[in-house]
Design a protein around this ligand. Structure first.
Ligand code: AP5
Ligand code: MG
Length: 191
């Protein structure tokens, strides 16, 4: 199985690149942000608990996220060729839990880390915010999301670097250019 963790700042292109990967490699795409936004929309208990956290650019507590991933892995389809983890893990605690959850199922994952300049991600997110309807696509919340990314999520990259399961790519240019780099890595690790 080809399991990929797509990491990168808010607006770095995780969702966009996931779509390209799904199209070419037929992997399943798990965007934790999309799952959480669907929970909010559904009005579930979890949705009510997390709505203000997401609107403020704060992370949802680790134990809730780990439970969600465990459930996802337990119920994934038998024909699954691999999973793109988009937006998970975001803390070292989540990374350690994911390692255990995957090991238990004789699986592992490699991280692909999208590097994009801060000015560029802010520009992309403000542009998207004009039409996305996302509560966190405004300047104040984008700044908060970026702070959490640097303080809490960046150490997760070190975790995978130490495990030698880590690739960094330049995501500043066009979507196609970024995908070409990802594609090279995926062809390499599939062999
Ligand atoms: P999440 O939904 O994961 O948001 P994010 O990480 O902030 O990232 P985005 O989805 O905003 O950006 P992206 O990297 O997917 O970029 P995209 O492809 O859309 O999480 C939201 C919230 O949920 C978190 O803040 C947290 O509260 C909670 N959460 C989620 N996971 C969690 C976890 N594991 N633990 C705890 N809490 C969690 O691209 C952005 C824009 O740029 C688009 O408009 C796109 O068209 C454009 N674009 C993309 N690539 C390019 C390019 N190369 N050139 C020009 N434009 C481009
Ligand atoms: Mg996204």
């Amino acid at each position: 199985m080809l399991n990929i963790i797509l990491c990168g700042a808010p607006g770095s292109g995780k969702g966009t690149q996931s779509d390209f990967i799904v199209q070419k490699y037929g992997l399943d795409h798990l965007s934790t942000g999309d799952v959480l936004r669907a929970e909010i929309k559904s009005g579930s208990e979890l949705g009510k608990e997390i709505e203000s956290l997401i609107a403020q650019g704060q992370l949802v507590p680790d134990h809730k996220m780990i439970h969600l991933i465990d459930h996802y892995l337990e119920t994934r389809s038998e024909n699954c060729k691999g999973i793109i983890f988009d937006g998970f893990p975001r803390t070292v605690e989540q990374a350690e839990a994911l390692t255990l959850l995957l090991e238990r199922r004789h699986m592992e994952a490699v991280m692909i880390d999208l590097f994009v300049e801060e000015d560029e991600v802010i520009k992309r997110l403000l542009e998207r915010g004009r039409t996305s309807g996302r509560a966190d696509d405004n300047f104040e919340t984008i700044k908060q999301r970026l702070k959490i990314y640097h303080d809490v999520t960046k150490p997760v990259c070190q975790y995978y670097l130490k495990k030698h399961n880590y690739f960094a790519i330049n995501g500043n240019n066009t979507m196609e250019d970024t995908f070409a780099q990802i594609d090279t890595i995926l062809r390499l690790i599939q062999k």
